[in-house]
Design a protein around this ligand. Structure first.
Ligand SMILES: Cc1cc2nc3c(=O)[nH]c(=O)nc-3n(C[C@H](O)[C@H](O)[C@H](O)COP(=O)(O)OP(=O)(O)OC[C@H]3O[C@@H](n4cnc5c(N)ncnc54)[C@H](O)[C@@H]3O)c2cc1C
Length: 411
């Protein structure tokens, strides 16, 4: 009987997270094997063709603000020709007073210069991007087709092995490294270092080595609307993306004069149904009115012509889980990307590659990571108490009550 193949580095999951990490490791001269239970990359949540990216500019959550700024710059640098920069406008919330100078000062305090974010009154916003609302204009905001980006990241490379239709059911400690075992109990391969980027399935794989992760599904549906050229919506349709309560892409004029407009997303906590829901389209129609500040708009003009449904994976504290699983040497996690797959995958690529290759911390610091940010993403944040008290195998605390918002919220 031949012994199973051995690899130095294996990545489980070929979505945008796993493929970005594999790509970064290849660029750094490593030999990588990536495997996925599907027959091709980006079969799950990363089949999303209409994702947007911008640094977070809301109030509060200072670590999130710092992290999204760094991650945005990394994503912009990473995706080059795939990066579709059209700008993104973030309208001021209707119940909040908007003072442009105060907001400008605030943006400066976040290290967001005018090239990244500008506070504008409605008349200025109209001139800058055609939206007549007070708010923040993010001229470098962009969209990315996650499916294409994932395929690109895994384009043929002599140092890359791809194994499709290969499902990992559990992990087991091997004399050197880790054993990857399939649902029939057969060892698929062994590896020195295993990066788990399997979205929600990361929970089961981590559980197989006695690590409990507070991961939950959040279903989302994006609607593709078709709008007749004579509709009263036509003069209101945006030429830029808008991100607020939900988001939309710039409307696209089709050869017959009608418009295609993508609006999302619904947000269903704890749901993982991939069927299309009419109620989600209705929800998105209401969001469309809010995004354009067009409350009197007749939503029956927003005719559904398609949709994207996906299941986001989120952690209890809403930050991604990215980093070495220090209590299981050789295992690394990149999951819980939530609604920020573009930003967090770019950041995961740099952070995980540095940790896998054991770069010194100075390199991470040069990329903008302070120690507190690395700690905020680390899997260990869920086990700190348990680790200190009982570091033995199987004695890890589960975050049994993750903090999840109760009301539906869109992104
Ligand atoms: C409606 C909606 C709108 C969104 N909008 C945006 C947006 O505007 N901007 C943005 O940045 N993000 C957005 N996102 C989020 C983004 O799509 C996700 O964060 C991202 O795709 C997650 O990537 P991933 O690689 O972690 O997971 P996935 O793409 O789900 O990849 C996980 C992979 O692991 C594989 N796998 C799982 N288990 C196993 C196993 N046991 N063995 C082998 N392989 C396995 C799966 O087959 C899959 O290919 C949105 C998501 C939704 C649903």
């Amino acid at each position: 009987m031949t012994s199973p193949q051995h690899h130095d580095i294996v990545v489980i999951g070929a979505g945008i997270a796993g493929s970005s990490i594999a790509n970064e490791l290849l660029e750094r001269g490593q030999t990588v094997c990536i495997l996925d239970s599907a027959s091709h990359p980006a079969s799950a949540c990363s089949s999303h063709a209409y994702a947007i990216a911008h640094p977070h500019v809301g109030r509060g959550a200072p670590r999130l603000l710092r992290l999204t700024r760094i991650a945005f710059l990394m994503a912009e640098a990473r995706w080059g020709k795939r990066w579709n920069q059209h700008g993104i406008f973030q309208p001021n919330k209707k119940d909040k007073v908007f003072n442009r100078d105060d907001v400008s000062d605030y943006l400066q305090s976040l290290n967001l210069d005018e090239g990244l974010a500008q506070a504008l009154y409605a008349n200025e916003a109209m001139e800058a991007c055609g939206i007549s609302q007070d708010g923040i204009w993010l001229p470098r905001g962009a969209s990315l087709d996650l499916f294409e980006a994932t395929q690109d990241a895994l384009s043929p490379n002599p140092k890359l092995t791809c194994r499709w239709n290969t499902s990992v059911a559990r992990l087991e400690k091997a004399p050197a490294g880790w054993r990857l075992i399939d649902p029939q109990g057969i060892t698929i391969m062994t590896a020195n270092k295993v990066i788990i980027a399997a979205a929600l399935e990361t929970k089961n794989l981590a559980a197989s080595i006695d690590v409990r992760l507070p991961l939950r599904p959040v279903r989302g549906q994006l609607s593709i609307f078709s709008i007749n050229k004579h509709s009263s919506w036509v003069p209101k349709l945006p030429r830029t993306a808008i991100s607020g309560d939900g988001y939309c892409l710039p409307a696209k004029k089709l050869p017959d004069g009608s418009y295609q407009w993508i609006v999302g997303s619904s947000f269903d906590e704890g749901e993982s149904d991939l069927q299309d829901w009419d109620t989600s389209d209705d929800f998105n129609r209401e969001q469309a009115k809010g995004l354009l500040d067009y409350e009197e708009g007749d939503v029956s003009h927003l005719q559904k012509s398609g949709s994207f449904v996906g299941v986001r994976c989120v952690a209890g504290d809403r930050l991604p889980i990215i980093g070495a699983l220090t209590q299981r040497p050789g295992i690394f996690l990149a999951t819980a990307l939530g609604s920020r797959g573009i930003l967090w995958s770019a950041l995961a690529a740099k952070l995980i590659a540095s940790q896998v290759l054991e770069d010194d911390f100075a390199l991470l610091a040069r990329l903008g990571f302070a120690a507190d940010l690395v700690a905020a993403l680390a899997p260990a944040r869920f086990f700190a108490g348990a680790l200190a008290a009982a570091p033995a195998l199987g004695a890890f605390a589960s975050n049994s009550k993750p903090i999840l918002p109760s009301a539906p919220k869109a992104r």
